[in-house]
Design a protein around this ligand. Structure first.
Ligand SMILES: [Zn+2]
Ligand SMILES: [Zn+2]
Length: 160
C-alpha cells in the first residue's frame, strides 16, 4: 500500500500514462483516491454526528424519548434547577424509569446505559418500546447481553 502510493505520487509517470488515455494504474490510483477520500469523509461524518465519542466512562447521560424533543444531555451540564426538575413531583415509590425531561418537561427522559463490552452509551430497547424490563438488557450497539457479560467477567475474575 505505502510502496504503491509512493510510485503513484510521481507526477511524471501519471503524465506519461495520461497521453495513452486512461491507463490501468491511473484507474487504480483514482479508485484508491476515491476510497481514501470516502473513508475520510465517513470518519469525519461519524465523529461529527456521534456525540457518544465525547463522553467519558463515568458520565451520566439523559436522553429524551419524546420525538418532538429528542434532546440528549449530560447530567453535569444541567443547572441545579434543571437537575431537580428531572425527578420533581415523582414519588419515591414510583419505579417508572421515565423522568421529566430537563429540556421539554415531558416525562419521557431516560438515563442511558453504558455497554460493558463496547462501552457505547445506549437506550435499552424496552425503554424505547415502553415495555416490561427484560431479565437481561441487550446493548443496542453491539448486541451484548449486559447481565451475561457481567457474570462472565465476574467468573473470569474469580477464575471459576
Ligand atoms: Zn425532552
Ligand atoms: Zn455494546
Amino acid at each position: 500500500m505505502l510502496k504503491n502510493n509512493k510510485s503513484y505520487s510521481q507526477p511524471g509517470s501519471i503524465r506519461r500514462q495520461g497521453r495513452r488515455g486512461f491507463g490501468r494504474d491511473e484507474i487504480i490510483m483514482t479508485t484508491v483516491l476515491i476510497v481514501v477520500i470516502g473513508l475520510g469523509l465517513f470518519v469525519a461524518f461519524k465523529q461529527f454526528f456521534s456525540s457518544e465519542s465525547d463522553y467519558k466512562p463515568m458520565d451520566v447521560i439523559y436522553k429524551c424519548l419524546n420525538e418532538r424533543c429528542g434532546e440528549e444531555y449530560l447530567a453535569a451540564d444541567l443547572t441545579d434547577e434543571e437537575r431537580r426538575s428531572l425527578t420533581k413531583g415523582i414519588p419515591e415509590e414510583d419505579n417508572e424509569p421515565y423522568l421529566f425531561c430537563a429540556k421539554c418537561g415531558q416525562r419521557d427522559a431516560v438515563r442511558k446505559d453504558r455497554c460493558l463490552k463496547c462501552e457505547e452509551y445506549f437506550v435499552p430497547q424496552f425503554l424505547v418500546d415502553d415495555t416490561e424490563r427484560p431479565d437481561d438488557i441487550e446493548c443496542t450497539e453491539c448486541g451484548t447481553k449486559q447481565r451475561e457479560e457481567h457474570n462472565r467477567r465476574r467468573r473470569e475474575l474469580h477464575g471459576d
